[in-house]
Design a binder for this molecule. Structure first.
Ligand SMILES: N=C(N)NCCCC[C@H](N)C(=O)O
Ligand SMILES: O=C(O)CCC(=O)C(=O)O
Ligand SMILES: [Fe+2]
Length: 338
């Protein structure tokens, strides 16, 4: 792929130079994950916001992963959500299985150890999870569904919901940066992202040093995410997440205090005609201590249509994908997972 391939894009107004045309595209060519400082993303000055968008363009076209710092989410809200996760996973298996994810039409609730499968050998993933989405009042179409909270631990609802709202706020901000980075109006995605599209999970990866555990087993097998992008909070000091570069090397996404890891998902890759990379990653916890993480998979509202953005189509990059409905796409992907 050449720089000109992305540098000049065809828009509704004819060919136009994309924002970051000075940056050569080097998909997958990374040995570390960039850190974006979001301070200027909150500046009243659009030129400042475009500076951040330009770094985001580089990160998305070259790596598909980046950290964000100075993101504005209060640290207590994050630590209270992690505490909720620790409390939840301490419940008995019997209690957790009362809200088994497979008993839900819309993929909400508990996934036991080995209950999710990214392993081609079919062994299942060595993590347990608790999935929630937007708090609907009734079971509905597409992905809409009520959240299923553990009856014996009502105290986790407030901190988890607060964290969810913070993620929606940050996610909307990131969508605006994505828009700027693609040379679109800053509010291009706003009407499609009410905050109803997205899933958050509490995850627990037991350490894999215990006797009897197969050391070839992964905490989560190599995969890409499904939604537009993921905002991941990792427990400090516990290495586990790894990201695959084009040389086939796994690059560690070491936790950095005060940051989230953000990665592009398959829906955004599709929307951008694969200009933005939905990069393969996995997690394995060999640290000897329990690891907790909280991914938030953010996307557009499920009734939206995802059609390749014109600004991502050029002579060197013909349109690869047909339009799809966001909810159908996610539901299909999730059905393949469980
Ligand atoms: N075990 C499997 N297959 N995991 C696949 C990755 C999880 C993706 C995530 N639930 C998402 O919605 O993006
Ligand atoms: O726990 C992590 O670090 C990554 C989780 C993840 O990749 C996922 O849930 O899709
Ligand atoms: Fe993932």
């Amino acid at each position: 792929m050449t720089a000109t391939d992305a540098a000049t894009v065809v828009t509704g107004n004819g060919p136009r130079k994309i924002l970051s045309n000075s940056i050569d595209l080097k998909p997958g060519d990374f040995s570390s994950i960039p850190v974006l400082d979001l301070t200027l993303a909150f500046s009243p000055n659009v030129a400042d916001r475009k500076t951040v968008a330009s770094s985001l363009f580089d990160a998305c076209t070259r790596v598909g992963f980046f950290y964000v710092k100075n993101h504005g989410v209060p640290s207590e809200i994050i630590s209270e959500c992690f505490q909720a996760g620790r409390d939840f996973f301490e419940l008995s298996l019997e209690e957790k299985m009362k809200i088994y994810i497979k008993d839900s039409e819309n993929f909400k609730g508990y996934t036991p150890l080995l209950g999710e499968n990214t392993d081609p050998a079919g062994r299942g993933d060595l993590h347990e999870g608790f999935d929630i989405g937007y708090e609907y009042s009734k079971e509905g179409g597409k992905m809409e569904g009520v959240n299923r909270w553990p009856e014996t631990l009502p105290g986790i609802k407030a901190p988890v919901s607060t964290y969810f709202s913070e993620m929606v706020k940050l996610g909307k901000k990131l969508f605006q940066l994505f828009a700027l980075s693609l040379d679109l109006e800053e509010n291009y995605f706003d009407d499609l992202v009410s905050g109803k599209g997205g899933i958050m999970r509490l995850l627990h990866y037991p350490p894999q040093t215990k006797e009897g555990l197969d050391m070839t087993q992964l905490g989560i097998g190599a995969h890409s995410d499904y939604e537009c992008f993921t905002i991941l909070a990792q427990q400090g000091g516990v290495e586990a997440l790894q990201v695959l570069n084009k040389g086939g090397k796994w690059v560690g996404a070491t936790p950095i205090e005060g940051t989230f890891v953000v990665n592009v998902g398959d829906m955004m890759a599709r929307w951008t005609n694969d200009l933005y990379l939905s990069t393969i990653h996995r997690a394995i916890n060999r640290t000897g201590v329990r690891r907790y993480s909280v991914p938030f998979f953010f996307g557009v509202d499920y009734e939206s249509t995802i059609e390749v953005l014109e600004s991502c189509v050029s002579e060197g990059r013909p349109k690869k994908y047909e339009p799809i409905n966001a909810g159908d796409y996610i539901k299909q992907r999730l059905s393949e997972t469980y």
